[in-house]
Design a protein. Structure first.
Length: 89
């Protein structure tokens, strides 16, 4: 719990990891929760109106993005809600 208070980026990475696992998304075995901490720290610095988006959606009829750091970007919450699981090949 102390780590959550001291490092909001770590807390965000932990929550992102947990919510992805809950949805049944497969996470490659070589990916660790610590791999997500840098992007989560950056998102924290941008502010609460920014979220972490999967560039290639995790669930889509044509593709299946991976839950890996290279498939993540920081966008405004509104932008992410508009995009949903849209993917243009």
């Amino acid at each position: 719990a102390a780590r959550f208070i001291a490092d909001p980026g770590y807390k965000r990475a932990f929550n992102l990891w947990g919510s992805t696992k809950k949805r049944g998304t497969k996470i490659p075995p070589w990916v660790q929760i610590a791999d997500f901490v840098p992007i989560c720290r950056r998102a924290e610095r941008f502010g609460p109106e920014y979220v972490i988006d999967h560039i290639i959606p995790l669930r889509h009829p044509l593709v299946c993005g991976l839950h890996v750091p290279k498939n993540l970007r920081i966008v405004k919450r509104r932008t992410n809600l508009k995009k949903g699981s849209f993917f243009a090949p």
